[in-house]
Write a protein that binds this ligand. Sequence first.
Ligand code: SF4
Ligand code: SF4
Length: 374
Amino acid sequence: MSKRQLAMVMDLNKCIGCQTCTVACKTQWTNRNGREYMYWNNVETYPGAGYPKNWMELGGGFDAAGDLQPGVIPNLEADYGVPWDYNYDELQNGASFEPNVEPTWGPNWDEDQGAGAFPQDNYFFYLPRICNHCTNPGCLSACPRDAIFKREQDGVVLVDLDRCQGYRYCIAGCPYKKIYFNPKISKSEKCILCFPRVEQGLPPACAQQCVGRIRFVGFLDDEEGQVSKLVNKYKVALGLRPEYGTQPNVYYVPPTESPAKFDAEGKIIEGSTRLPVEELEKLFGPDVHQAIATLKAEMKKRKETGESELMDILIAYQHSDMFRLDNNYYQEVAKAAGQTPLAPVDNRYVAGKHTSTKHVMNFTHGGHAAGGHH
Ligand code: SF4
Ligand code: SF4
């Protein structure tokens, strides 16, 4: 177990399925060199097959006795989907716009399909997923090379690529299927929780770019932080599929409000709700009932009295307030390990703050020298 644990809370009431997080992650980490098919962050429609296809049925994780369960390695073509491109170069010669492979499956293949019958009782919501940086990681337990480790300072789960031999037991062992095989280098790779950003006090790219402002990031032991309050104080943020036994550190505020159903004449059925609570129980376990009750009670309190710390946290008035990261902490960790600590980004790139104006280079604009001494 790590000394401290970094965690993320995602408020599913606010996710609009825009995939900005997916793109932020992909452009940052996985757009080439054997990683094309990987989505360290994906946003799937629930109910749905998800990504990789039917990942909830592929095994891994632990049973009640703590024994690692057998799991399946998803198939690239059938379960992930071969990434495709288009024949842009041929278009100028009159060719029609065609993908370079015949796609049969991919992330979001079943986007927005959901369940139920339209328009009476159809429903779905978006489920963003990253590696859960589990306290008891199935990937780590499955690796016979000890190539996967959990960082002491923040619990981030990483692959030591020098040790990894590409056996892929980790992929079978992860019940969330959030670790991937890179065929170009024959190694496993996964979400790194943007640790190079986090160490500088910046949130992971997916959280920074989140349009719906659904993602909180912070340490679980930081009692004043929103993450700790949502998880430990109010208990409204829950791990996904807790029965897998990996103790995930990504938590979800379950969706609480869904529209009413329609009857055969298209009239609203008063008091009905489209989203079956059994589906939420399947995802988040029995604690979801109390979490929903707390959320509804606090919403009511806020409407009646104007006050609710929980609602204030979830509204997230300032995006920057959603992240409680601590560059000083990482500086201390680096110093204790005899390494040179990273300066905070804000201190590093402030023009002139740490530079002598005597040595500033001159640039020319329209033939006139600019800059120089002041
Ligand atoms: S989600 Fe999977 S890959 Fe991530 S730490 Fe847990 S078991 Fe490992
Ligand atoms: S960026 Fe935020 S709102 Fe958009 S899909 Fe991702 S988690 Fe949802």
